[in-house]
Design a protein around this ligand. Structure first.
Ligand code: ATP
Length: 433
């Protein structure tokens, strides 16, 4: 029988290959599978067990062979849909799976044949890119592969806080609530949520990340055969398009999955025509994808930061640390002219250098409420090429006593004294949604 609940129990019977689409309201929702089998974005739900879904989450419970779902709570919306693109998505998975098997079985010394598929998912905002990425990863993990997830979406990424690009091996189907585990992630801090803020820096970080993964693959045939699944931003026009081409090239992508846009598909098909080893595949967008407005996006960015410091359901408490100005060095990347015009040779332009690393003076309030990354760099000139160990949130700058107070997810000294600032800030008091 049902565990005691809010008295809003509802059972939904799903036919084969259909899904229950849910938008959680401002209250959490409990849900379980009472009959048959069902999955959320590629990750199977265990039978009978109640799961709690946080407010405002949007998801679908899909069944291949039929299932009965029980919900406890009031949703924003819930409805059943029997028209989904899931069969076409799982067909893509089957092809990738075959390529992984042949990469694993290959005894050739040619590195190309031991390399599993490198898949990139592209499309406009709200086309379901992140969702398809999650499904492909979970289905692969379910079959024992450990594909590498690369998230290049600095606005609505799934690995860690906004403003970052990151990669991590996926060893188990992704939990629909907990998301992507962070403990093995390789993270680079870009520091802004718009790629246009510093396109050169974005490209440089993508390149760094790709090079590190390439090196890791050399020593790890298992992850090499499992390949990559790359999620991208929804910015597909102008410079956004250029950045997609840059990513496709930098990661040596072999499969480009284009979601929900004919024009982008035909443009990519055209430019990649000369590359015989790249497949460009057009896929339908799911009717279940929910468009999110800028307020919602802002809210979810803010909750990603909150989750980093406080945990998913505020079960963690971050550590407040105080350091002296002298013990830390904060840097900013790019921006600002290299030198005043008067100091430059006549006729030259005081152009800014997008990859210049400049120290930031801590002695005013400019860093208050910023999110700073803790770099693994050993010298300031290694900051761009270094990944980060995590983030701190500046809660107080005491100019008189020359002390800075910040929250960190773990106690003790920071692993490095080099911090990186961007334009990312977070007002804790406004309370992330
Ligand atoms: P962006 O470009 O902003 O990153 P996206 O293309 O990656 O967007 P998703 O994040 O995959 O889009 O999907 C948008 C929202 O729709 C998400 O909240 C996701 O959980 C939800 N969603 C996707 N597919 C379905 C579905 N079939 N049923 C219900 N909700 C869905």
């Amino acid at each position: 029988g049902a565990v005691s609940g809010s008295g809003n129990l509802k059972q939904v019977k799903l036919e084969r290959e259909s899904e229950l689409r849910i938008e959680v309201s401002d209250e959490p929702l409990r849900l379980r599978v009472v009959n048959g089998t069902a999955e959320i974005f590629g990750s199977e739900l265990p039978p009978e067990i109640w799961r709690t879904f946080p407010p405002r989450l949007k998801f679908a419970v899909f069944t291949w062979y039929g299932a009965t779902i029980e919900m406890d709570g009031v949703t924003e919306t819930d409805y059943t849909a029997d028209e989904t693109p899931m069969v076409s998505y799982v067909n893509v998975h089957a092809i990738l799976d075959a390529r992984r098997r042949s990469a694993k079985a290959s005894t050739s010394t040619d590195s190309g044949s031991t390399q599993g598929p490198r898949v990139i998912v592209v499309g406009p905002t709200d086309s379901g890119k992140s969702t398809l990425t999650k499904m492909l990863l979970s289905w692969a993990a379910k079959q024992g592969w450990k594909p590498t997830f690369v998230d290049l979406d600095i606005g609505q990424g799934s690995i860690t806080i906004p403003g970052t690009i990151a990669a991590t091996p996926i060893e188990m189907p992704l939990d629909p609530v907990e998301g992507v585990p962070l403990d093995m992630a390789l993270v680079y801090y870009y520091g802004h949520i718009q790629p246009s803020k510093n396109v050169e820096l974005y490209k440089a970080l993508v390149k760094e990340l790709a090079q590190v993964l390439e090196r890791q693959f050399t020593g790890n045939p298992e992850s090499r055969a499992a390949g990559l699944v790359i999620n991208t931003m929804g910015w597909i026009e102008g410079v956004g398009y250029e950045l997609l081409l840059h990513a496709i090239d930098t990661f040596n992508t072999s499969v480009v999955l284009v979601l929900g846009q004919e024009k982008l598909f035909s443009m990519l098909k055209d430019v990649l025509r000369s590359k015989s080893n790249v497949d460009v595949v057009k896929l339908h967008k799911s009717g279940g994808v929910v468009a999110r407005d800028s307020n919602y996006r802002k809210g979810s960015r803010s909750s990603r930061i909150q989750e980093y410091f406080y945990g998913l359901s505020k079960e963690l408490s971050p550590y407040a640390n105080t350091a002296s100005f002298n013990d830390l060095q904060v840097f900013r990347i790019g921006g600002g002219p290299q030198a005043p015009r008067s100091a430059l040779p006549i006729g030259s332009d005081p152009v800014s250098n997008p990859l210049r690393v400049t120290p930031v003076k801590i002695d005013d309030q400019i860093l208050l409420h910023s999110v700073l990354a803790v770099s693994y760099a050993e010298e300031p000139d290694q900051i761009i090429s270094s990944n980060v160990s995590g983030f701190v949130y500046v809660t107080e700058v005491d100019v008189q006593r020359k002390k800075i107070t910040f929250l960190a997810p773990s106690p003790g000294a920071l692993p490095s004294k080099f911090l990186v600032a961007g334009s990312l800030s977070w007002l804790e008091s406004v309370e992330a949604r």
